[in-house]
Design a protein around this ligand. Structure first.
Ligand code: HEC
Ligand code: HEC
Length: 346
């Protein structure tokens, strides 16, 4: 072999190597996980059978945009022209649900972590669970919601469509959603599904998952790892007013924390009678009233309304949902009580 030929062979190899290296740098790696990778997609790639709750977009008029509009404003444009009737006279979905992530660590249902996180992000602090990530959940209206709604929750337990429809009628006290409206809401909820960034995985864990995607091994461990970072259902346990009153006697309230609760929760619905005929504001007289009623069985006692809500009556359908313990702890009730006491005595 003459030296020239050898050199040419060498050049071909070298060029090929350079080509492969540059290509791998420039071309996107389709299997690579980035912060916006959708959790359900990755689970599917790993072989997990994702619950089929995708919207039926073949129905005329179904769109995520219309769904968003119904959720936020209570109506949308109608597929045939014009706009729909209002879904509920009393509420919109966002009266009670955030559409953004509201828990800093999705593994835990921790009301204090949520209060801090929502207030840092300018979100209200509410009785119902955020609909962000709801399509990634597999069970709805859990635990004690059965006590409240009885067999009505059965079609909603394992089926997000049932949950949306139940909520439209029972929670929002409005009309039933038409099929295209329901599918549109579902289409919208699929735009606020969990993304990998929400799970806060570290480099090592991401590398492990990446390897599992590319090889045939460790797929189940990767699926478990991903699923261990969020809850597949939102738990809910109701307390009683008396239990909370008894617990608060032994707790020290934090006035600043109580202020956050009053402003980000109570005022969200009661300021200027937004969703309620009962107005709450920042006046001393309001705090004096709430303070006087707090330890009574009156319907204006914070313990009564927070633990039992206010039921709707015929002729007055608007009502207040109660706060399960996962949405307001006894410590937070103590904080709210201290804030009310402080403002009443100022
Ligand atoms: C008056 C308050 C209120 C309104 C208005 C409301 N909801 Fe709800 N919703 C609740 C409560 C309370 C639950 C009980 C379970 C939970 O969220 O923790 C719930 C549950 C749900 C669930 C199941 C969540 C889960 O993980 O269990 C979905 C889905 C839902 N609502 C969708 C909607 C939609 C869509 C609308 C608007 C059409 C709406 N809701 C309006 C209070 C409300
Ligand atoms: C999701 C909206 C919402 C939130 C949050 C909320 N409320 Fe209500 N609340 C209502 C509605 C609706 C009623 C029904 C009464 C009405 O409209 O007349 C009500 C009723 C009440 C009543 C009884 C009024 C009456 O005369 O019957 C009190 C007291 C009350 N709320 C206090 C509070 C306090 C304190 C907080 C904060 C911890 C709070 N609410 C948070 C919506 C809400």
């Amino acid at each position: 072999m003459n030296i020239n030929l050898l050199f040419r062979k060498y050049m071909v190899f070298a060029l090929a190597a350079i080509f492969i290296i540059t290509a791998s740098l420039i071309l996107p790696d389709k299997t690579k996980i980035d912060p916006n990778t959708r959790v359900y997609k990755l689970l599917e790639t790993l072989g997990y059978e994702v619950k089929d709750n995708f919207p039926n977009t073949s129905i005329f008029g179904v769109s995520a945009k219309r769904g968003k509009s119904i959720v936020e404003e209570g109506f949308s444009t109608r597929p045939g022209g014009g706009s729909t009737n209002i879904q509920s006279k009393h509420f919109v979905c966002t009266s009670c649900h955030n559409m953004q992530k509201e828990d800093p660590d999705l593994r835990f249902n921790d009301p204090q972590a949520r209060l801090e996180f929502t207030s840092q992000n300018g979100l209200p602090f509410l009785q119902a669970t955020a609909l962000y990530g709801s399509v990634n959940r597999e069970k709805f209206y859990n635990d004690d919601y059965y006590k409240k709604y009885g067999d009505l929750v059965l079609p909603a337990r394992n089926d997000i469509r049932g949950a949306i429809q139940l909520c439209a009628v029972e929670c929002a006290q409005g009309r039933k959603l038409k099929k295209w409206e329901l599918e549109s809401i579902l289409a919208y909820l699929w735009t606020i599904d969990l993304k990998m960034a929400d799970l806060d995985l570290n480099e090592g864990e991401l590398t492990f998952i990446n390897k599992a995607v590319k090889s045939k091994m460790q797929k189940d461990s990767a699926i478990s790892l991903i699923q261990s970072r969020y809850q597949k259902s939102s738990s809910a346990h109701f307390g009683t007013a008396q239990e909370s009153k008894d617990a608060v006697v032994n707790l020290t309230g934090d006035i600043d924390n109580g202020k956050l609760i009053y402003e980000n929760s109570c005022l969200h619905c009661h300021k200027n009678r937004r969703y309620s005929f009962f107005a709450l504001d920042d006046d001393k007289i309001t705090f004096k009233h709430l303070n006087k009623k707090a330890n009574t069985y009156d319907k204006h006692s914070i313990y009564q309304v927070i633990r039992y809500g206010v039921y709707s009556k015929s002729g007055k359908k608007s009502y207040m949902p109660q706060y399960p313990k996962e949405k307001m702890s006894d410590q937070q009730l103590a904080d709210l009580h201290s804030y009310i006491e402080f403002r009443a005595s100022e």
